[in-house]
Write a protein that binds this ligand. Sequence first.
Ligand SMILES: [Zn+2]
Length: 152
Amino acid sequence: MQLTKNFTLAELVASSKAAQLGIDNTPPPELVPRLVLTAQMLQAVRDKLGVAITVTSGYRCRQLNQAVGGVTSSDHTQGHAADIVAPGYGTPTQIARTLAPLVSVLGIGQLILEGVKGKQWVHLSTRVPTVPANRVITITDRGTQLGIQELP
Ligand SMILES: [Zn+2]
């Protein structure tokens, strides 16, 4: 199902981990409208960056979220969030620095630059965190810091 010009439902649901473990990651119908909102946010980001975006992890059913070690409250399990990379634009740090001042304009509720276990990506959620300061944060193996910080 095409959700926006450049994003499909299949892209937001695909998971090599789910395939590997035989987990059915089909979202319940009530979450599809949220995935549409997530796709609209991703489309705004794609249009801003002007290059293709790869969704490395979108919707995760509870079982898949556990399998990848996601936190229980993860926005991924609610269809609110997507992890992305865009090598055609630059590193996750460069992407996060571009998007951070534009979160409201682009419909991003929360922007997280993540650098964990040698991998880097940008986490985007449509849900605004309850603590406003947590809207733009960096998460590394050392913990969570406010704003976009240098990755180790
Ligand atoms: Zn994420």
